[in-house]
Every structure is written in C-alpha cells, then in structure tokens.
Ligand binder design. Structure first.
Ligand SMILES: *[C@@H]1O[C@H](CO)[C@@H](O)[C@H](O)[C@H]1NC(C)=O
Ligand SMILES: *[C@@H]1O[C@H](CO)[C@@H](O)[C@H](O)[C@H]1NC(C)=O
Ligand SMILES: *[C@@H]1O[C@H](CO)[C@@H](O)[C@H](O)[C@H]1NC(C)=O
Ligand SMILES: *[C@@H]1O[C@H](CO)[C@@H](O)[C@H](O)[C@H]1NC(C)=O
Ligand SMILES: *[C@@H]1O[C@H](CO)[C@@H](O)[C@H](O)[C@H]1NC(C)=O
Length: 453
C-alpha cells in the first residue's frame, strides 16, 4: 500500500533538486545559517516541482535549541505573484498536536491532496491559496508535532508559553538571517484555535525584544482564527452556541455554566488538578458530542490522509525530512498541555491590541470556538479600546446581494465573523477568507463594496 501511494506521488512530483545532501538525511539549515552561508542554505532547502505553475518553495529544519537538540520543520512559499512587497505571513495550527502542514494542505496553502477513491491520492496545485499574494510560512510546532522533533525526546518537549514561544522566536530570528529581504516587508503572525496561545505568546516575546531594541523584525500585526485565549470565559460561553442553535435546552445551558464555574473554583483553590479540570471540560460534559460535530459537515479534517502522505518516502524526500516520522499529536500528547490549557493569554493579547494591527475571525458555524466564545474572551481583555469595542455595533459584510459575514473595526482591531464557515474557516470559505486577509493587510479591515440599491 505504502509503495503504491509513494509511486503515484513520485510520478507527479518528479524532478526535484536533491543538491548535495543525502536524501535519507534531514536537512539541517542552522549550520549554514550560522556560517552566513545563505546561498547554500537557500539552494539546499529549495523544493522544485515538475509543475511549472508553482513557484519554488523552501523546506527544512532550523535548530532552535542546541542543548536540547530541538529542530523545527518549516515549509515556506514565497508569494506566487512575485510582488516584491508581499508581506510575510506565518501560519500555525493548534491542537495542541496539530501540524501546520494541516493548514497548508487543508486550509490556505497552495497544495491539495486529491484522493483517487481507491486508497491512493495525488498532490494538486491549488490557485486559491493565500500564497498567491502573501509569502506563507508554515511551521510545525512545537517539537514533537509534524516533522519537528527533539534529539532529547520527551525532555525537549515545549508545553508552556515560555517554552514554545522561545523556540518559535529563535526560529524567526534564523529565518530572517536566511531570508534578509523580508526585513523590508511587513510581518503578520497568525494561526487558528490553540495557536491563539502560540501566536500571542510569540508576538508578545517579539514585541518585548523590539521595545528593547534587541530585534528589528518588522512585526506589523497578528491574526487569530477562532482562537483559544482565555479558558474560563471561553469555557463558560461554550454552551451559548448550542443553546442558540437549539441543540440543548435552557436548563442544559445553565447547567453547563454552573459546571464550568465549579470546575474553575475548584482549580483556583487546588481542589482539583489541571488534568481533572481539562478532562471534565473537554471529555465529560453534556455538550461534548455536539462540540465534536462542529456544525459544518463539509469540514471533515483529513488527519489520516495527511499523516499517510507525509510519512511516504517520496514526500519526506521532497521536503528534506529524511527519515523523520511525521506525527499528529494524540491524546497523550495533548494531555501534556493541560496546565498550559488552563492559562490565559489575555494580558499578552491586550498589549498586542494596544500596539499592532490585530484581526480576530471565526466562522458563524464554528462550534469549537464560536463567536460567543471569542467575544467572551474579548470582554475580559483589558486593552485601551475595550469599552469602545464593547459598545460597538456590528456591520454587515456584503456586496449588496450576498451576505459574506459581519465585522467591527475598532482602532487597529478588526473583528470578523465569516458566514458559512466552521472551525477551519479558510477551508470552508476560501474566497471569503482570502478576501478578509487581503482587506485586513491592505486596508486594516473589511470595506464593503459600493452597495447598489
Ligand atoms: C557553503 O557551503 C557549501 C556546502 O557545504 C560549501 O561548499 C561552500 O564553500 C560554503 N560557502 C561559504 C562561503 O562558506
Ligand atoms: C487509483 O486511481 C488512480 C486514479 O484513477 C489510478 O491512476 C491508479 O492506477 C489507481 N491505483 C490502483 C492501485 O488502483
Ligand atoms: C484557478 O483555477 C481554476 C480552475 O481550477 C481556473 O478556472 C481559474 O482561472 C484559475 N485562476 C487563476 C487566477 O489562475
Ligand atoms: C464524568 O461525569 C460523571 C457525572 O458527572 C461523573 O460521575 C464521572 O466521575 C466523571 N468522569 C470523569 C473521568 O471525570
Ligand atoms: C534515520 O536516519 C538516521 C541517520 O541516518 C539514523 O541514525 C536513524 O536510526 C534513522 N531512523 C529511523 C527511524 O530509521
């Protein structure tokens, strides 16, 4: 089975550069970066497809902690339209345990998996991706997820804001040494779901370095899709979506809120552990089954396909991953983050909201992190325009005929709800998602086209 699949993929993706390194080895770029041997780092990392329609991309490992041997894997697609001012956009998936390759293949990247219906599948170019106009950088994060790994195994694991933001910060610094031309362009860091924490803690670390004049990285904004930011307010608001859609009764809605209050009360006085709290919140309450459905049947996340494809020898060779096993974090991996899960990043988010352009979006069919949950977190985030946002009214995003969504623009903060999208909004509504990102980057937020009456 495996060899059949890999042959098919090889057939499509023949003719890639192997340069001067052994394809069974992992491509570690840090030694070249440290020597300032940028030409070689770029040449070795370049991924070339037979299909001429796809611009060259780069992939490999950057060593972010020499002592632990932590290596983060990335796949970078310079903007396909070759605009010399195209911003650099970092994308991170959440989980914890979801590789960012999932976002690349399933959400906003320029490649797609196409199943043949007989257990095999092929890679296809997709021209609706964010990489058409932005330079997209996908990083498997933290180590232990996707191809990213640690020589120290479990000990290298980064399960705190301090830990994963440190590795990501080191990654970004080396990335800019390898691609210094991006210092002249805007940088946006973003991602979805649990990446609400990854992105916020990384941007916050970067912000401190910039303030202390220790970094010249051009951080311009962050964007968060259906972000998990503040455990208490968001857990409590979780049943709101299900109640409004008629999936649970008013009594279940109130019972859920009481349960959440009681769990966080017990957690505060250490009557229960983070493990017990998270287990009850995520696995043992009356809305769990409903939550998993995500209210958008189109968005079945293809974890198994992705895992299968990324572990084929053809794909590993193509992206210079050598014999690295591609991992999607399981329940055991997720459980390592239970303490981190209970920690809020609202204070860090407040500083970022005060300073940078911020986009927070979610789909109106997202049951995992619903609009109600996002706004519950914003209601307790003390930033300079909190009250103004609190008193704002939503605008309708439309072209005059079609409902696209809803938005509010407060200072540099752009809040968008995408109509007809679930948790993986860029998958469900690719055109609207790209439109939203383009408008956020270009104009700051949504600007309705002229409405014909
Ligand atoms: C860069 O690395 C390559 C491959 O190891 C080597 O052949 C070349 O001499 C190096 N160039 C410089 C300027 O160090
Ligand atoms: C699977 O389907 C593809 C596309 O139709 C075809 O090219 C391939 O030969 C099939 N493979 C097998 C093993 O049936
Ligand atoms: C994208 O691909 C579709 C077909 O899949 C084609 O109709 C469309 O013209 C393409 N768009 C661009 C900008 O190349
Ligand atoms: C799940 O909830 C039920 C009912 O509240 C309780 O009896 C049970 O102990 C809980 N299980 C876990 C693993 O928390
Ligand atoms: C991967 O390759 C390295 C270096 O060639 C080797 O030491 C290691 O045992 C290999 N691992 C697996 C899982 O094959």
């Amino acid at each position: 089975m495996t060899s059949r699949v890999s042959l098919l993929i090889l057939g499509l993706l023949s003719c890639y550069k192997v340069a001067s390194y052994d394809p069974n080895d992992r491509l570690h770029l840090t030694p070249y970066i440290r020597q300032g041997n940028i030409t070689t780092a770029r040449e070795l990392s370049s991924v070339t497809y037979r299909d001429d329609n796809v611009a060259t991309s780069h992939s490999g490992f950057i060593t972010v902690d020499e002592r632990l041997g932590n290596h983060l894997f990335f796949w970078f697609f310079p903007a396909i339209n070759s605009n010399p001012r195209a911003p650099l956009v970092v994308w991170l998936n959440g989980g914890p345990g979801e590789p960012s390759m999932l976002g690349l293949f399933h959400e906003n990247g320029p490649l797609r998996l196409q199943p043949n219906g007989n257990g095999t599948f092929m890679l296809k170019i997709w021209n609706g991706s964010w990489a058409e106009t932005f330079s997209m950088l996908y990083i498997d994060n933290p180590v232990g997820v996707g191809y990213s790994y640690s020589d120290s195994g479990e000990i290298g694991c980064r399960t705190t804001q301090e830990g994963y933001s440190k590795d990501l910060y080191e990654f970004i610094q080396q990335f800019y040494i390898m691609f210094p031309e991006y210092l002249q362009r805007e940088l946006y860091i973003g991602g979805q779901s649990y990446a609400g924490k990854y992105v916020t803690s990384l941007a916050s670390r970067l912000h401190k370095q910039i303030l202390n004049k220790k970094s010249n990285i051009p951080l311009t904004g962050i964007y968060l899709g259906a972000p998990f930011i503040d455990p208490y307010s968001q857990s409590k608001a979780m049943s709101g979506y299900f109640y409004s859609s008629g999936a649970i009764s008013l009594r279940q809605h109130r019972d859920h809120q009481k349960l959440v209050d009681s769990i966080f009360d017990q957690l505060r006085v250490r009557q229960i552990s983070a493990d017990q709290a998270v287990t009850t919140l995520l696995m043992n309450n009356s809305i769990v089954g409903l939550w998993a459905n995500n209210y958008n049947a189109r968005s079945v996340t293809p974890y198994e396909e992705l895992w299968y494809l990324m572990n084929t020898p053809a794909m590993r060779t193509l992206v210079h991953a050598g014999n690295t096993t591609f991992v999607i974090g399981d329940d055991g991996f997720r459980a390592k983050f239970n303490v981190d899960w209970t920690k809020s990043v609202k204070a860090e988010l407040a500083v970022l909201l005060n300073t940078y352009k911020v986009l927070i979006y979610n789909g109106d069919l997202d049951a995992v992190v619903s609009s109600v949950m996002v706004d519950a977190a914003l209601a307790v985030t003390r930033w300079s325009l909190k009250d103004r946002y609190g008193e704002s009214v939503r605008d309708v995003w439309t072209d005059g005929y079609k409902l696209k969504g809803f938005f509010t623009w407060t200072g540099k903060f752009c809040r968008v709800v995408i109509h007809g999208a679930g948790h993986n909004a860029p998958y469900d509504q690719p055109v609207l998602s790209l439109d939203m990102m383009s408008q956020f980057i270009k104009n700051g937020c949504i600007q309705n086209e002229h409405i014909l009456l």
